[in-house]
Ligand binder design. Structure first.
Ligand SMILES: [Zn+2]
Length: 302
C-alpha cells in the first residue's frame, strides 16, 4: 500500500468529528424547528468542548469537518478547536443535500465555502467531507478542479486510503464501467463507524442502538484493522451533539482506553495522513516504515 506511516506506527486512527451543529437539521433534515436548533446549540456549546477535553486528555489531534454555517453561528467554538491544534476540513456551507444539486450549484457552494474558510479562518481547507456522506457524479471532478488533496465521503475500502473512481456507465446486463482514478485521495468512511445513525434519536429513526452494541462493533473493527491491516488507516465520524451526550462520551472513553493500550497507534489529522501517501512509482521518504511489530496482538486477535 502506498501509505507510509511514520517509524514505529502500525495503524492510523482518525476520530474525525463532523461539527454540524444546527446545519445538519437545516440542510439534511430541512427543518428550522427550534427544538432541533437547540440540539445543534448543545453540540456547539456543550458537546464540542467536552470532546475537545477528551481529545486533550488522550493526546489526540484530528480533523474537524465543519460547515461554514457552523463557523459563522458558533465562532468561539470553532476558534477553540483551532487553538487546540486540530485541522478544519470543509463540510459544506449549510450541510446542503449534495445529491440534489445541479453541477453549477454544487460548484458555487464549493467556491463559497472555500472563500468563507479563507475569510473566517484564514486558510483554505485541504480536504472535504460531503454532508451526509453522499455525492454526485460531479463531486470528484469539482474537488479536483478546486485543488482539494483529499475527500472523506465514500466507502469503497475500509482500512486503507485509495484513489476513488466514479461509475461512468451503468448497465444491468453488461456490468458497470468505472472512469479513471481521481487525483483526490479518499479516506473512506462507514456508517458502521459513525455515531449519528447508531446513537442519535430523531423522528423516524429505527436505528438507535445500545452503547454496548456500538462499543463492541467499534472495538471489533479496531482489532481487525490492527491485526490484519498493518500500515493502514481507519476513520470514524463523530458528531459533538451526539457523542457529547454523557453516556456516549463515557462509551468513547472506554473505546479510547482500549485503543490506546496498543503500541503503534497514531492519531493524525487527515492532511498529515495525506502527506504519508506516495503513489506507486514515486519514492517514499526515507526514515519511515510500516513494519513495526504489535506489542499486544496476542491479546486481541479477533
Ligand atoms: Zn455532517
Amino acid at each position: 500500500m502506498p501509505l507510509h506511516l511514520p517509524e514505529g506506527k502500525r495503524l492510523a486512527v482518525s476520530l474525525s468529528p463532523d461539527f454540524d451543529a444546527q446545519s445538519v437539521w437545516l440542510g439534511t433534515f430541512r427543518s428550522t424547528s427550534q427544538s432541533l436548533m437547540s440540539r445543534g446549540e448543545f453540540g456547539a456549546l456543550v458537546g464540542a468542548p467536552r470532546l475537545l477535553e477528551v481529545f486533550r486528555r488522550y493526546g489526540i489531534t484530528t480533523t474537524w469537518c465543519v460547515p461554514t454555517h457552523t463557523i459563522q453561528t458558533f465562532r468561539s467554538s470553532v476558534d477553540a478547536i483551532v487553538e487546540s491544534g486540530h485541522e478544519i476540513g470543509a463540510h459544506g456551507v449549510y450541510h446542503e443535500y449534495v445529491p440534489a444539486l445541479e453541477r453549477d450549484e454544487e460548484r458555487r457552494l464549493l467556491e463559497l465555502q472555500i472563500r468563507q474558510h479563507e475569510q473566517l479562518l484564514g486558510r483554505r481547507p485541504r480536504g472535504y467531507r460531503s454532508p451526509a456522506l453522499d455525492v454526485t457524479d460531479n463531486t470528484l471532478d469539482l474537488l479536483e478542479e478546486f485543488g482539494f488533496d483529499w475527500d472523506s465521503s465514500l466507502m469503497g475500502r475500509d482500512f486503507e486510503p485509495y484513489r476513488p473512481r466514479m461509475v461512468v456507465e451503468v448497465s444491468q446486463e453488461e456490468g458497470n464501467t468505472f472512469g479513471p482514478e481521481s487525483r483526490v485521495l479518499e479516506f473512506p468512511v462507514s456508517w458502521f463507524l459513525d455515531d449519528f445513525p447508531e446513537l442519535e434519536s430523531f423522528k423516524g429513526s429505527p436505528l438507535m442502538q445500545s452503547n454496548e452494541t456500538v462499543l463492541a462493533r467499534w472495538i471489533d473493527s479496531f482489532n481487525f484493522a490492527y491485526e490484519r491491516c498493518p500500515g493502514g488507516a481507519m476513520t470514524w465520524t463523530l458528531h459533538p451533539q451526539t457523542i457529547g451526550r454523557a453516556h456516549n462520551l463515557l462509551m468513547l472513553e472506554r473505546f479510547l482506553d482500549h485503543v490506546t493500550s496498543f503500541e503503534g497507534v497514531w492519531f493524525p489529522t487527515l492532511s498529515e495522513l495525506f502527506d504519508c501517501w506516495h503513489d506507486e512509482g514515486s519514492p517514499a521518504p526515507t526514515g519511515i516504515s510500516t513494519t513495526s511489530k504489535p506489542a499486544k496482538l496476542e491479546r486481541t486477535a479477533p
